[in-house]
Ligand binder design. Structure first.
Ligand SMILES: Cc1cc2nc3c(=O)[nH]c(=O)nc-3n(C[C@H](O)[C@H](O)[C@H](O)COP(=O)(O)OP(=O)(O)OC[C@H]3O[C@@H](n4cnc5c(N)ncnc54)[C@H](O)[C@@H]3O)c2cc1C
Length: 451
């Protein structure tokens, strides 16, 4: 905690001895998201330590949102009234080696869970670019890594425990709850506070990461599928300023037997000779080890190391999911905007994600490629570029990332999610008084039908 905040907190506690043990008025100043591009609409943030405390808070508050590690760039986590941070609900509850599952509290970060799992001989199937994010907050927004055979992080969810609007607990599992479960996993924080998540695990594995420079765009056009399938997880970084992809990151499982060590060229791209950051000007100190050095899965799947600032820090992000068969055309369409995009961009990343069945997942029933943009933090400029990008991507049925910035209309969103109506019915069942409804949900999934 910053000294200034601590001093304010101490004096507030002295002046207010009747503070309830489950309330924490830790913030006198309004809390911001990780990137600092937005201030949350309330300074009333609670930090419960147990399911019972969450239940009591949910019963007590008439309006609230759950808050994870604050890594979203839009107002999906925001509330004008109350925020329940899951920061202190970050424990491993149980590891079931026979069932190959681990049950965790919703607020645990991947960076806290993964070393524990690895030590016990287990692993997750995939991770996002950074380990700093909470399990519940990531799964509920369909956060993803890369790999044609890898579903998003939510696809590892086996069961959920949720405190719903009446303060009661519900348990939903893949095996028992069918469509209800598929509705709840990518739930956009709309169904309640996820207090526990059970994830599928598998035996721990080793990985290596090899980076290639300057992949000619014409090679990508001709051999897209081979390139994105060249490893367990492949990421392509480009600034759209030349006829090539700046960096290709190939993350291979050692047990797959694919090894790029000593392979000097990859579809015309040249092997890097040192560790690199996706934004080539930045130090690779923050990045996971490359140059083919084998290491545990959780120290290769993310691009960024726990304990270091991921990405660039002061930035904005946007990302669009495109059905895989449209990927090349969509990439070429964005490349044509290169000149306009260039001055405002740090870097773009192209990844792939396997299809899933979650009602509100941007890759429901369709294998997808994503085109991501890490922007300089200049919202006036970015807010003009996003509609241009969305217009270019319109013919390819692009879906925006729920946790990043987008300007797509509710009508377009409604046309993309065939289960949206059913999802709203499910929300109405668990949250009839709109306790977990916020402006973000009103402006995105509710605005189209004026409900
Ligand atoms: C540097 C950086 C890199 C990123 N890289 C990737 C990436 O590789 N891939 C990718 O897909 N995304 C990426 N993201 C986006 C990020 O992973 C997602 O936005 C994710 O949702 C953040 O999780 P969080 O815990 O910070 O959630 P928050 O931002 O705190 O909240 C997100 C949503 O989850 C809900 N929520 C949180 N906790 C709970 C709970 N316990 N119960 C119910 N609802 C809850 C909130 O209400 C809100 O709706 C990145 C973001 C940053 C800043």
């Amino acid at each position: 905690m910053e000294r200034k905040t601590f001093l304010k907190l101490s004096s507030a506690l002295i002046a207010a001895p009747l503070i309830s043990p489950i309330e924490s008025w830790a913030q006198q100043e309004k809390l911001k998201n990780w990137a600092g591009n937005l201030e949350y609409g309330t300074d009333r943030v609670y930090y419960p330590k147990s399911v019972e405390e969450v239940q009591a808070l949910v019963k007590k508050c008439s309006r609230l949102r759950a808050l994870g590690t604050r890594h979203c760039f839009n107002r999906i986590a925001d509330s004008k009234d109350n925020l329940i941070s899951t920061k202190q609900m970050n424990k491993v509850v149980a590891l079931d080696a026979n069932a190959r599952t681990v049950t965790v509290e919703g607020g645990i970060k991947y960076g806290e869970l993964c070393p524990y799992l690895d030590e016990k001989g287990f692993a997750l199937h995939n991770l996002a670019s950074l380990p700093h994010i909470s399990v519940a907050g990531s799964c509920t927004t369909a956060t993803h890594g890369s790999g044609v055979g890898n579903g998003n992080l939510a696809s590892a969810v086996n069961a959920l425990e949720i405190v719903t609007a009446d303060g009661n607990l519900i348990h939903l599992s893949r095996d028992k709850d069918g469509e209800k479960f598929l509705a709840a996993v990518v739930g956009l924080g709309a169904l309640g506070v996820i207090t526990k998540v059970t994830l599928d695990i598998q035996p721990a594995y080793m990985m290596r990461q090899n980076v290639y420079l300057n992949l000619p765009m014409v090679q990508l056009k001709e051999h897209f599928e081979k390139i994105v399938s060249a490893g367990y997880s492949v990421s392509l970084f480009t600034d759209w300023q030349s006829e090539s992809i700046n960096e290709v990151w190939i993350k291979s499982r050692v047990d797959d037997g694919k090894n790029y060590d000593g392979v000097p060229e990859f579809f015309g791209a040249k092997a890097a000779t040192k560790n690199l950051h996706p934004i080539i000007e930045l130090s690779a100190e923050n990045c996971t080890e490359q140059m083919g050095v084998p290491g545990p899965w959780y120290e290769r799947l993310p691009h960024f190391k726990m304990g270091f600032t991921p990405s660039s820090g002061k930035e904005l992000q946007a990302e669009y999911f495109i059905p895989l068969h449209n990927a090349v055309d969509a990439i070429l369409a964005i490349a044509r905007l290169g000149k306009q995009i260039g001055p405002h961009l740090f870097i773009s990343e192209i990844r792939t994600i396997a299809a899933d069945n979650f009602w509100m997942s941007p890759c429901r029933k369709q294998a997808s490629a994503t085109i991501h943009f890490t922007w300089k933090q200049d919202w006036p400029a970015v807010s003009k570029l996003l509609p241009l990008i969305e217009k270019e991507l319109e013919p390819y049925n692009a879906n925006p990332h729920w946790g990043k910035l987008f300007t797509m209309s509710p009508k377009v969103l409604a046309s993309r999610y065939e289960k949206l109506h059913d999802f709203k019915k499910m929300i109405a069942m668990y949250d009839p008084d709109k306790k977990f409804r916020n402006d973000f949900l009103n402006r995105t999934i509710y605005a189209a039908l004026n409900k």
